[in-house]
Design a binder for this molecule. Structure first.
Ligand code: GLU
Ligand code: ZN
Length: 294
């Protein structure tokens, strides 16, 4: 079996303990399957980027001993691929242009689900437009390796945006195109992206791309039940306690590391993680609290 996995952080803030969980889990799953592990920086949204974040990511992963294969890819340098796919989606009539503002949509339908106004009334060719994917009567089901069977009706969330009206490629488009072009076979990432997955699978199906295996790990929440993120002020990873941090990730992922490992070296703990990796041990839950300020 060929296995290609990846870690795909967005440089909207520093890596925190939640990022380390996603990085280490995807790394361990790749290495335990003799796979490749790629690093892709998802710098699609310059206004939301934090200066210096993407330069830091490789340094931090390096310090933790999580070495990736191949060159780092940057989504900011891959716009031509996304544009080609957008052109295909439009020419196949899988997608259409839309110049509605959020306000207009809300005012017409009192809902954020798009009412398809622009499918029936195409905007002028010079209008600044988003591009939306048609998804009427589509339901997608897949079997998540951790969360189990998942079924979603795309009609409920409406025709989604793959190109934004502010001239940015949407995450949903870029992630599907890149996972395909990079040959990614296994996606291990946080459960916050579980409900984005059916739309990604729908795009893969429209484009005749294979669907990778998905494993959505629980996200770490703070003691108030909020996901650790830049928005909840999760502290940036520190490099002065690598071994306890990696150990805590193994605990979080229910791998049951023996406490002696706390005295091991960084590379020993990584080796233990690879040798003992068992995806099936991970709890089938969307979020779990961590009670330390890692
Ligand atoms: N860039 C996304 C994020 O940081 C993750 C993308 C993915 O793993 O599919 O939330
Ligand atoms: Zn519209």
């Amino acid at each position: 079996m060929t296995y290609i996995g990846r870690f795909a952080p967005s440089p909207t803030g520093p890596l925190h303990f939640g990022s380390l969980i996603a990085a280490f889990a995807s790394f361990l799953d790749a290495r335990a399957n003799d796979g490749k592990w790629l690093l892709r920086i998802e710098d699609l949204d310059p206004p939301r980027e934090q200066t210096g974040a993407k330069e830091q990511f490789p340094k931090i992963l390096d310090a933790f001993g999580l070495y990736w294969d191949e060159e780092i890819s940057f989504q900011s340098q891959r716009h031509n691929y996304y544009q080609d796919v957008l052109d295909t989606l439009l020419s196949e009539h899988y997608a259409y242009r839309c110049d509605c503002s959020r306000k207009e949509i809300l005012a017409r339908s009192n809902s954020t689900v798009y009412d398809r106004h622009c499918l029936l009334n195409p905007p002028n060719s010079d209008a600044q437009c988003a591009i939306r994917i048609k998804c009427k009567n589509i339901s997608i089901s897949f079997n998540d390796q951790i969360q189990g069977p998942y079924l979603s009706s795309l009609s409920q969330s409406g025709d989604f945006v793959v190109y934004r009206r502010d001239n940015l490629y949407a995450y949903l488009l870029a992630v599907v195109v890149d996972d395909y072009l990079q040959g990614v076979t296994h996606v291990v990432r946080g459960s916050d992206l579980l409900n984005e997955t059916p739309r990604q699978i729908h795009l893969q199906q429209l484009l005749d791309y294979p669907t990778p295996a998905y494993a959505h790990i629980p996200v770490a929440s703070n003691t108030q039940g909020q996901k650790l993120s830049k928005q909840t002020f999760a502290p940036a990873l520190k490099l002065d306690n690598l071994v306890p941090s990696l150990f805590n990730v193994l605990v979080f992922l229910d791998q049951q590391p023996p406490s002696e490992l706390l005295d091991a070296s960084r590379d020993e703990i990584i080796r233990w993680g690879i040798e003992n990796w068992d995806l099936e041990k991970i709890s089938q839950t969307l979020a779990k609290p961590v009670d330390r300020s890692e």
